[in-house]
Design a protein around this ligand. Sequence first.
Ligand code: B16
Ligand code: MG
Length: 216
Amino acid sequence: MLEIKGVIFDLDGVITDTAEFHFLAWKQLGEELGIPVSREFNEHLKGISRMESLEKILESGDKASSYTMDEKLELAVRKNGYYRQLIDSIAPKDILPGVEALLQGLRQGGIRTGLASASHNAPFILDKLGLLHYFDVIVDPGKIRSGKPDPEIFQTAAKMLQLSPNTCIGIEDAAAGVEAINSAGMYSVGVGDRIILSHANYVVESLLGLRLQDLG
Ligand code: B16
Ligand code: MG
């Protein structure tokens, strides 16, 4: 069995499902720009930063060079405004199954916890869900130079927890996130589809199915 001292969580898709809200917000912006954004396309935006997502959307509409950097920043702010309106009603009922019990178990077991989300809205969302107090550290994605699949965000979380990566588990729902955890030298747990997450050390359908003693 692994000697686990820390567990580092992704947010969107692991703790709560905000993908639909990101989709609706990008779709609204896309309509304003004359670029259709489908639910299927949105799958490729999971775990990807706001600016990178915008670039992908503009590329898909052949408009990558139609805007200046300032205009792109304005578009990203506009999308975030739509997103914030949509997530304003998030509440503890939106916590995904098994998450709170796992966080409670980690607290009781003295295992440290961190959040490695690409979302700048993560502290706001954790607060709305009533889960903020379970986290010892939250990485500020604004300070991360390379997004997932680069390991930087998970490595930073381990450093903030003062733990060696090989004593940490990372939990992710996106393939890019699993790759980031593996490259950081941590044990990876994927939540969701076994085929999409085939590179994870361990896959569960939901966190209801995760027992730390089964890992390793
Ligand atoms: P924001 P995660 C990611 O969160 C989302 O999966 C991705 O769709 C989003 O673009 C990104 O956060 C940035 O979010 O616009 O709120 O800063 O999966 O890394 O928790
Ligand atoms: Mg995610």
